[in-house]
Ligand binder design. Structure first.
Ligand code: ADP
Length: 494
């Protein structure tokens, strides 16, 4: 992609953002705003509405009306497809502008942001648009005296609450299948990454998405998010974020209308390196990127590396070499390997984990500190902590930052035991050239994905979802549709 416009885009003024509700831009009902701070330099980038409960309710009512009158749900699937394909094209045509806006908002390095944000969102929307008119109902194998049909009907109004690390990628994982299925949506972006989702909602209108079908309301989770979660007019709630919030959403569902709740929560994903890995240099390089890209702000980050003891020290040296060579800094410089931490709060949380490990006598192999403080931005050196114990907080809790915990193991059984000794079950990896061992590990590791001799990069064709406290339900692949359809049986006596 031609990046020549980067320089002008990075300093372009950003107009005050507005909700997108019922097909129009709206400010908060009480006109309150939140400052949008750029993690690149800690400066105010713009403002956005500090949404009120009334704003959320207006968006939910708009989505309810839009669903119930069939302006979207009753279109032929091929007609929905045409609108969604136009939307994907518009996102792609404006990819650089959107990516730069997103980077200024959330700090992800531009190389990754371009691919993982607008371009990935466009690809996801396209994938589900293309599938919209290929989802079939069923005729059940009943006796000839009956005709039984199983219809798939759009589930209704979807509430989507998304995080700040990859707002467009994760947002599109929800929006693509929900809209293709014929649902309408109220989306609540994270406080520190709302601008690009507002931008693509405006592009959706330009593409011909009818008013009220996609509404985006910004503001605090405890106000806007909670209003969506408590609403009796929201039929399905989809969420990516922390376990603590996930729990609140389930409670809100139980208190209100028992809406279905799908949660994609965190992980403490084990990345297991056996001495017989095919190429230890490659394993070190890919594993380091598997934790340090986007400064570890990745739900599937391989944040625990388990290393077979016979190669432990040599492998830690290799990891340290990759980590120290990573350029951390200005996320709008295309040569940057890892950009900024999303917020000061997150940076401070990362540093607390490191400090605790230091005080417990764990070995800080590299990094461990805030850097580039004179920029005003929030940067942290890629950090490797060795000699971590399986019951350390660093081995059990998600940091969501560039902090890698390393634990040694002696046998396959021990590796499995350490890997599974966690509340989470999102991602994992195994590095080995022993095919039988690879398959044994795939069976034994309790996680939604097991990578073998790689980390990350699984494309749209496969589901992403966790087990245990990493959540339920799946994003990506055709399985994602299950969340947004209801099954209805027609039992017809002939
Ligand atoms: P993180 O700690 O990574 O920011 P959160 O779970 O707090 O993760 O945030 C993910 C999303 O959930 C954000 O959009 C946030 O605004 C929203 N959120 C936070 N608290 C609540 C809540 N009580 N109800 C609904 N949504 C919430």
């Amino acid at each position: 992609m031609d990046l020549s416009e980067l320089a002008s885009l990075r300093s372009a003024p950003v107009a005050p953002a507005a909700h997108v509700i019922d097909g129009e831009r709206r400010f908060a009902s009480d006109t309150a705003t939140l400052e949008v701070i750029s993690p690149i330099d800690g400066q105010v980038l713009t403002t956005m509405p500090r949404g009120t409960a009334d704003d959320a309710k207006a968006a939910i009512s708009a989505a309810r009306r839009a669903f119930d009158d069939g302006r979207w749900s009753d279109l032929a699937p091929a007609a929905r497809k045409a609108v969604l394909l136009r939307w994907a094209d518009l996102i792609e045509a404006n990819a650089l502008e959107i990516a730069v806006l997103g980077v200024r908002n959330n700090g992800t390095e531009i190389g990754m942001a371009l691919k993982a944000e607008p371009l990935s969102a466009a690809a996801t929307i396209r994938y589900y648009a293309e599938a919209a008119d290929k989802v079939l109902g069923e005729i059940a194998p009943t006796s000839p005296a009956t005709l039984a049909l199983v219809h798939r009907e759009p589930a209704g109004v979807v509430g989507a609450i998304v995080p700040w690390n990859f707002p467009l990628m994760i947002g599109a994982w929800k929006l693509g299948p929900a809209l293709a299925a014929g649902c309408t949506v109220v989306l609540k972006p994270a406080e520190t990454a709302s601008l690009t989702l507002l931008r693509i909602a405006e592009l959706a209108l330009e593409a011909g998405l009818p008013a009220g079908v996609l509404n985006v309301v910004t503001g605090e989770g405890s106000v806007v998010g909670a209003t969506i979660a408590e609403s009796h007019d929201v039929d399905v709630l989809v969420f990516t974020g922390s376990g603590a919030t996930g729990r609140q959403l389930l409670e809100a569902s139980a208190r209100s209308n028992l809406k279905r709740v799908y949660l994609e929560l965190g992980g403490k994903s084990p990345n297991i390196v056996f001495a017989d890995a095919p190429d230890l240099d490659e394993a070190a390089k890919v594993s380091a990127h598997g934790i340090f890209r986007n400064s570890g702000q990745v739900c599937i980050a391989g944040s625990r590396i388990l290393v077979e003891r016979s190669i432990h020290d040599a492998f830690v040296d290799k990891l340290a070499a990759v980590a120290s060579a990573m350029t951390v800094g200005d996320p709008l410089d295309p040569s940057t390997g890892a950009g900024a931490i999303n917020s000061l709060r997150q940076l401070e949380q990362n540093l607390r984990f490191v400090e605790e490990a230091r005080q417990a006598g764990r070995r800080i192999v590299t990094g461990g500190k805030r850097i580039l403080e004179d920029t005003g931005g929030y940067y942290m050196a890629p950090t490797i902590v060795a000699d971590v114990h399986p019951d350390d907080r660093l081995a059990r809790e998600e940091v969501f930052g560039p902090v890698l915990a390393i634990l040694p193991f002696d046998s396959e059984d021990e590796a499995v035991a350490i890997a599974n000794d966690t509340d989470y079950g999102l991602a994992s990896a195994v590095w080995t050239s022993n095919l039988s061992r690879a398959h044994r590990m795939i069976r034994r590791i309790k996680a939604g994905i097991v990578h073998v001799n790689t980390y990350g990069g699984a494309d749209l064709t496969v589901p992403l979802g966790g087990v245990k406290q990493s959540g339920n339900g799946h994003d990506k692949s055709l399985h994602a549709f299950d969340k947004y359809f209801d099954l209805k049986t027609a039992w017809i006596k002939l």
